[in-house]
Design a protein around this ligand. Structure first.
Ligand SMILES: C[S@@+](CC[C@H](N)C(=O)[O-])C[C@H]1O[C@@H](n2cnc3c(N)ncnc32)[C@H](O)[C@@H]1O
Length: 207
């Protein structure tokens, strides 16, 4: 058995909210790339352990990863979702409405990086699931918008294992490699690389 399969088998022993299952099914049906379930549970767990009240997400799709935070983290005051496509965010609003937590949601259509730059709030947690070439720039902006002790989580940091292969040098792989090295070299953060799903880097802002 592969490690990932074993981890999924264990994860399946835990209860799961029906809305999460419904969103996973819709993701499959629409062939929409939502966050890996193991990564989503870890994201949710960290938001709880950090007692995150204000959360920002760059690249929210129809709200699957955001839902994991919003339904399990009782400390949450507001979660800010961003996506280029208004129809994705309309779907997210509907899912939040169905579970009765739409009051925790703010949605912004457009480039999440620009929106984060402009918003006058310091966040407890920023989740980065944006287009890959923006990752190095997102690091600079996220750093300014996190509280000390805040957590910055980035998905796809293995980028389908392309970061490991020195013959892969397309724009997105180069951007992810640059991001990974930049964040691990940054003394304002303590970071850890979790090789589940497509790779998560979890970083705490310490300075
Ligand atoms: C992989 S999907 C993420 C889905 C979501 N995080 C989840 O796991 O359910 C990426 C989404 O991010 C959006 N996106 C990519 N770059 C973005 C950016 N800079 N600003 C806003 N949305 C972005 C895309 O439109 C797409 O819907």
């Amino acid at each position: 058995m592969l490690i990932q399969d074993y981890l999924f088998k264990l994860d399946n022993l835990q209860p799961i909210h029906p809305i999460i299952l419904e969103m996973e099914n819709i993701g499959k049906r629409l062939n929409f790339p939502i966050l890996n379930r193991l990564s989503a549970r870890l994201l949710s767990l960290i938001s709880i352990s950090n007692k995150a009240k204000y959360v920002f997400e760059i690249g929210s799709g129809f709200g699957y990863s955001a839902m994991w935070i919003a339904i399990y983290n009782e400390y949450l005051e507001k979660i800010y979702l961003t996506d280029y496509k208004s129809q994705n965010l309309e779907m997210a609003k509907e899912f939040f409405r169905v579970v009765g937590i739409e009051n925790k949601l703010e949605t912004y259509v457009g480039d999440g990086l620009k929106i984060l730059e402009e918003i006058d709030i310091k966040f407890d947690l920023i989740f980065n699931d944006a287009e890959k070439k923006l990752y190095p720039k997102i690091l600079e902006v996220a750093k300014k918008k996190l509280k000390i002790g805040g957590v910055f989580i980035s998905d796809n940091t293995l980028w389908h294992n392309k970061v490991l292969d020195e013959n892969e040098n397309d724009e997105e792989t180069l951007a992810i490699r640059e991001f990974n090295e930049k964040i691990f070299s940054d003394r304002d953060f303590i970071s850890s690389f979790i090789p589940i799903g497509d790779g998560l880097i979890i970083s705490i802002k310490v300075l």
